[in-house]
Write a protein that binds this ligand. Structure first.
Ligand code: UD1
Length: 424
């Protein structure tokens, strides 16, 4: 895909989009393969995305042998691997920090430059480091890199000050090879954590409590390879559902686990959207003209996901009345607001709260995706706009959506990457 996407909106979308596998579940499970020695972990339903390729490259540099075909990734990890992660790969993506726990646990040391990722806040990894230190690691920061070492991690009780997804994953993976029992309290309960725990169990780990606020892990040094399946991507599913709503169309997303995005479905029902279910599919009916304003606050799972806040804001910009959207997970996750305003949205920011007054329509504009979900929000806005919208910065969107252009076209969107400058 080129870096810009042109959308000629105003057409109600109609049809079914099959949901991709979850990027945020695949990345930690791939990192977990590093706990293995002379064994192979195979993941099915892995989306073809830039972030996944970054993780493949990182694991290869560390010494793993990897094949990635037809949404299947096989990772063979030898007896001996490197423990130093290269800055260019780690700085491409924050999720690279997920290799820290497994590396430290198996090699007794790890060097990792501080990670990068979307520009949606400072996003420190202090909770990861504090937890690893409590398990017996010595941690130093030298020239912007974490240097961690241990003579052997020891099970202990760790209370997370905030249920961080990444910290829960890193500490869960480290605890698998620690001596004795680790109890992690106030952990994240996201479906991606459950997918990771299930995968680790397939590898022979002893874990209880995934999906609750407390994880209990018994250290188990004898792990084996196996096959695991990645869950459907709830954030991609929500984005496609919202594409149906904002275009006033009738869209079904298939291959989903609807309970994973109950919070969005509840909000849509509150906003007068017609939502229906059929097994692993969710459909929305034409609803835009009767959309009512709603209020919401982003929260850790099962609360409303921060990763859907920008997309829902685009939709609420066209609702009747005033919506109040509070972002409580990231401190600067409103980078899409200035771009939505360029398109005619009426949004006022008061600290971490956005006051969104519904308008009748968006105007044709050229806008910039500053991060992954901001890009998704702008594409949704473009789908509702009569005439042409150009979204620049599609590189961010490619990090999280597999074939978004093809998927939206398949349900009737007039959309193309860099269709050229016909006007010269
Ligand atoms: C994961 C998701 C991301 C999602 C986020 C919240 C992946 C690959 N990414 O990111 O899409 O938006 O969960 O649902 O799964 N924090 C600290 N110290 C830490 C760790 C986190 O202060 O050590 C803060 C962060 O700055 C942020 C908040 O906690 O403000 C949430 O971060 P976290 O839950 O860790 O998100 P990620 O794992 O980075």
């Amino acid at each position: 895909m080129e870096d810009k996407l042109k959308i000629v909106g105003g057409t109600p979308l109609k049809g079914t989009i099959k949901t991709q596998g979850a990027k945020n579940a695949a990345l930690p499970v791939m990192a977990a393969s590093l706990l293995l020695k002379n064994a192979t972990l195979t993941l099915e339903n892995v989306p073809k995305l830039k972030d996944i390729t970054t993780m493949v490259d990182l694991l290869k540099v560390l010494g793993a042998d990897i094949s990635f075909h037809d949404h299947k990734v096989s990772i063979s990890v030898p007896d001996s691997i490197s423990w130093e992660t290269p800055a260019p790969l780690v700085q491409k993506m924050r999720a690279s920090s997920l290799v820290l726990g497994p590396l430290l646990a198996r090699e007794g040391r790890a060097v990792m430059p501080l990670p990068g990722g979307c520009s949606i806040g400072s996003r420190p990894i202090d909770l990861h480091l504090k937890g690893l230190a409590k398990m017996g690691a010595s941690i130093e920061l030298q020239h912007g890199a974490v240097h961690a070492s241990t003579k052997g991690l020891k099970g202990c009780r760790i209370y997370l000050d905030f249920p961080s997804v990444g910290a829960t994953e890193n500490l869960l993976m480290a605890a698998i090879l620690a001596e004795g029992e680790t109890v992690l309290e106030n952990v994240a309960r996201e479906p991606e954590i459950v997918n990771l725990a299930d995968s680790l169990r397939t590898m022979g780990a002893k874990i209880e409590g995934e999906g609750t606020g407390v994880l209990r892990i018994q250290g188990s040094p004898d792990l084996q390879g196996g096959n695991v399946r990645i869950i459907p991507d709830r954030i991609a599913a929500c984005t496609y559902i919202l594409a149906g709503v904002i275009s006033d169309g009738e869209v079904t997303v298939s291959d989903v686990i609807p309970q994973h995005f109950d919070s969005l479905l509840a909000k849509l029902e509150e906003a007068s959207v017609d939502v229906s279910f059929d097994g692993n599919s969710v459909s929305v009916g034409p609803s835009r003209k009767k959309l009512k304003a709603i209020s919401l606050k982003t929260l850790p799972y099962p609360g409303f996901p921060t990763d859907v806040q920008p997309q829902l804001m685009a939709v609420m910009s066209l609702a009747q009345g005033t919506s109040v959207i509070k972002e409580s997970i990231f401190e600067s996750r409103f980078l899409h607001v200035s771009e939505l305003k360029k398109m005619g949205a009426d949004v006022e920011l008061q600290g971490n709260t956005a006051i969104v007054k519904g308008v009748n329509h968006f105007n044709c504009s050229e806008v910039m995706a500053t991060d992954l979900r901001a890009g998704a929000a702008l594409i949704l806005a473009g789908l509702a706009t009569e005439g042409e919208t150009v979204v620049h910065g599609m590189g961010h969107v490619e990090r999280g959506y597999e074939n978004i252009e093809v998927n939206l076209s398949s349900v009737g969107a007039k959309i193309a990457s860099d269709i050229g400058d016909e006007d010269g």
